[in-house]
Write a protein that binds this ligand. Structure first.
Ligand code: NAD
Length: 420
């Protein structure tokens, strides 16, 4: 999976390079991460034994600003996976014109096997191990898979103890009480909704009441289902790791969420009809919205999709092979680095507010988020039209040209071109 993810990222990078106006230096500088750290984290377990976990932090590029990217706690975390995700973050921050580069971190651990006290000791140990390579002006972590506000709270506290300074801007996605920002937990679904709203007529030919099927009914997927239903969409299917729930006339999303919140899963939902887990992907719909896993749409199932457009809320839900199949069958793809960029955008607001010693209101966050999402969505769509590119390639081209411009502005290429 990790190697496939890396290959897909490289493939998309090379596809975009063919269509972008880039300097040779920029392409060369993006070949390797700036910094890659692997650490060992010894943790005293509740039963008195000592276990050592592998942790990582990669700063892929910081030409445009401090690195930015989440921390994931998952058994599959490896150096290759973290590097690939840091590479993606470099494009996402450039695409949104945030003053950040790209980074990512993680610990190879199954957090479900740890007690809360063990998880806290692991998080504090990881923070101490990477403390030299993070900082408000250097590299700013955030939550990712299986990390949350609580984990960010431990990290910001541990960092303050190590540096003997109160530095809330070192981490985003913190609890409100420690400098977190209003609207962070809904930022990804709010941002995705804005992208969908702006592109709806373009990709769905002015349909009055489009249908949506959503894979993943967690933080991003469930909130987006509510926003779409409120906007008049028919949510015809939702799926999680237990089941798919279908109603071709549109589900009562509030009732489905009530069941999921109460039981922790979609299985046994009293509304709609229950199908097997992956049925959501092949449901007849206008828009398919993967909001669960990397690689959910692959060469073996891409041909069975019955959607006109895929909005990628998850990171990397479509493999490069599946991309080509969807392209052949005329399914449009709106790419992850645009659709799910609301999360990192609101993280930027949190970092800015922390540095100003300010508090932003929910209204300011919503207004600034809308401005960023709408502006960059239309820039990508216009670029796709001007250069006759798929939206994914256009998004990468736009990000790459921004990155290349910043790298070139550092001036070294000119110096050598002029003979030193
Ligand atoms: P989450 O953990 O809250 O929810 C994940 C959902 O996916 C759950 O409903 C889970 O049951 C479901 N799922 C897991 N395995 C599945 C399977 N095999 N088949 C079907 N469903 C399955 O996660 P989230 O925060 O909602 O994130 C979802 C995706 O969005 C991830 O890819 C994440 O990287 C991406 N994303 C999230 C954010 C954010 O701020 N939350 C930001 C950017 C990208």
């Amino acid at each position: 999976m990790n190697d496939a993810l890396l290959e897909d990222a490289e493939q998309r990078f090379h596809d975009a390079c063919e269509h972008a106006q880039l300097s040779v230096d920029a392409i060369e500088r993006l070949q390797l991460p700036e910094m890659s750290l692997k650490v060992s984290i010894p943790v005293r377990m509740d039963d008195g034994t000592l276990r050592t976990f592998a942790g990582y932090r990669v700063r892929y590029d910081s030409t445009r600003g401090p690195a930015k990217g989440g921390i994931r706690f998952h058994p599959s975390v490896t150096a290759a996976e973290v590097t690939t995700l840091a590479f993606w973050m470099t494009f996402k921050t450039a695409l949104m014109d945030l003053p950040f580069g790209g980074g990512k971190g993680g610990v190879a651990v199954d957090p479900k096997e740890l007690s809360a006290a063990e998880l806290e000791r692991l998080t504090r140990g990881y923070t101490a191990a990477i403390a030299d390579v993070i900082g408000p002006d250097l590299d700013v972590p955030a939550p990712d898979v299986a990390t949350n506000e609580l984990v960010m709270g431990w990290m910001v506290h541990e960092y303050a103890k190590i540096t003997r300074r109160h530095q809330p801007a070192v981490i985003t996605g913190k609890p409100r009480q420690l400098g977190g920002i209003a609207g962070r937990s809904s930022a990804t679904s709010d941002g995705a909704f804005l992208v969908i709203r702006e592109l709806r007529d373009r990709v769905l030919d002015d349909l009055d009441r489009p249908r949506a099927a959503i894979q993943g009914f967690g933080n991003a997927g469930a909130q987006l289902a509510t926003l779409l239903a409120e906007d008049g969409w028919m949510v015809v299917a939702v799926g999680d790791s237990s089941a798919t729930i279908v109603d071709p006339d549109g589900l009562d999303v509030a009732k489905v969420r009530e069941h999921k919140d109460g039981t922790g899963s979609l299985a046994g939902c009293p509304v709609g009809e229950e199908r097997e887990r992956d049925a959501v992907l092949t449901t007849e719909t206008d828009a398919l919205i993967p909001a669960a896993l990397e690689g959910a749409i692959h060469a073996d199932n891409a041909g069975e999709l019955q959607a006109k457009v895929v909005f990628e809320v998850a990171n990397g839900p479509i493999t490069a092979q599946a991309d080509r199949i969807l392209d052949d069958t005329g399914v449009e793809i709106v790419p992850d680095i645009l659709v799910n960029a609301g999360g990192v955008t609101v993280s930027w607001f949190e970092w800015v507010a922390n540095r100003q010693g300010d508090r932003w209101t929910a209204a300011t966050v919503a207004e600034r988020l809308e401005e960023r999402m709408v502006t960059e969505t239309h820039t990508v769509a216009d670029l796709a039209d001007e250069r006759d590119l798929p939206l994914r390639t256009a998004a990468y081209v736009h990000a790459l040209e921004r990155l290349s411009g910043a790298m070139d502005a550092t001036g070294t290429a000119d110096l050598f071109a002029n003979g030193g």
